[in-house]
Unconditional design. Sequence first.
Length: 295
Amino acid sequence: MSMRKSNESKNGRQSHPYTGKVAVLSTKHEKLPLIGPPLERTVGMHVEAITVDTDSLGTFSGDIPRLGSPLETAIAKAHLGMSATGNSIGIASEGSIGPDPQIPFVNADLEVVVLVDGVAGIVISEVFSSRDIMAAETTSQSGNDLEQFLFEADFPSHQMIVRPNSGEMRPIYKGIANVDELNTAISSCAPVSTDGLAYIGTDLRAHACPSRQKIIVSAAERLAVRVASLCPACGIPGWGRVDILFGIPCAWCGTPVAKPRAEINACVVCDHRETRQIVSEKVVADPATCPECNP
């Protein structure tokens, strides 16, 4: 029996396979209010937080390196919660913050959120990227005036970390939310740094970084939409876009211009795929964007 047929309600309407199911969210950093509500609203899934040592898979502060990709790490986090609770459905997220690929002097945050279903043997994932992330950093010695930096870094709403700027990355202070704690940390870290400076930067952990919280919510909302979408062929959750087709003909010469013309949607399990036009096949590209007409 297909998943679609096995989840029909008594009145004949299709219900969602995850309605009423419990998923565990692996987190140390208070992500439940960010990730749980979209899934509960969209498919009626109940999400419970489980505190596991997700820092073992890597930290933003760099004291524990992340060895896998963001997607691999998010999946590994989900499995930590599943193993700890015995629950068959796990959820987790992972962020990467650094120079934007298109505008290298601007920081961007890429958030990956996953749902792992151990019974169905599927992973459903979504991403959201934004440049609206606070990721300030500077170096300082004890007694330096940091008032302007802290203002621009939205401190203390955005908390800080402090560590030695070079050499051994110890000690490290996280979750700093007042000036006295900040000054104490600088006094501790600067003298043991090989260059005599303390590194001060935004604490990018979810509970300490309000701008990152908004991006995680957006990623979770995308995941909820994807989880809610069932494959038209087999009824498995996770139907959605897997690729984009480019190439709109130039209005003058017909040369394909690198602009999106269609998207490919696919299932996470079966081979069913569908192509959906994003723009009408009659649409042509501005010759000003054509590599032949305007090289």
